[in-house]
Design a protein around this ligand. Structure first.
Ligand code: HEM
Length: 150
């Protein structure tokens, strides 16, 4: 197979047209983020964690999350934050919270996504990012509590 060299702009266009073919655009991302965080706030495990950090200041968080997902899903280049240190500060968060987060996100996608392919597209990315956040926060599970060999 010939190696294809593409400019950043060509790559962005290819990502956007792939996303468009699944019905993903900024309008949908806005709906996804709004619906997801409504459910997060109502969740008895996740709600209090967000409440403590965000309180009543939800608008800037929602804007940030829409920019984040537009950058992840559409390569829009709108987000330039550092999620890892932000999450490392959340000392009460456990791996169980991540399971809850991912299952709420999955359910929100199933209820709102413009196509079945879009559900998979977002879940693959959410799982990959959740894994890297968990690695940064909790370390490698195989190393945690490993019995010393001698
Ligand atoms: C148990 C799971 C999670 C919890 C409890 C959680 C909680 C939070 C909270 C409280 C903030 C606000 C931090 C602050 O403003 O200081 C935040 C920010 C953020 N979260 Fe999460 N999060 C979780 C999982 C995830 C996952 C799986 C993703 C990505 C797929 C994600 C992406 C982000 C991003 C991009 C920000 C904004 C960081 C910034 O630039 O300020 N989070 N999260």
């Amino acid at each position: 197979m010939a190696t294809e060299i593409r400019t950043a702009e060509e790559r962005r266009k290819a990502i956007q047209s792939n996303a468009t073919s699944m019905g993903i655009d900024e309008v949908y991302i806005s709906e996804l983020v709004e619906t997801f965080y409504e459910r997060v706030r109502a969740d008895s495990d996740l709600g209090p964690i967000f409440e403590k950090v965000i309180g009543d200041n939800w608008d800037p968080h929602l804007v940030r999350m829409k920019n984040f997902w537009a950058s992840v899903a559409l390569n829009a280049g709108l987000y330039s934050g550092k999620p890892v240190p932000k999450h490392q500060q959340l000392s009460q968060v456990t791996q169980k919270h991540f399971e809850t987060w991912l299952s709420l996100f999955h359910q929100t996608l199933k209820d709102t996504a413009p196509s079945p392919a879009a559900v998979i597209y977002f879940m693959e990315r959410a799982e990959r990012i959740a894994n890297s956040l968990q690695l940064a926060m909790f370390g490698l599970p195989s190393l945690k509590g490993a019995t010393p060999s001698r």
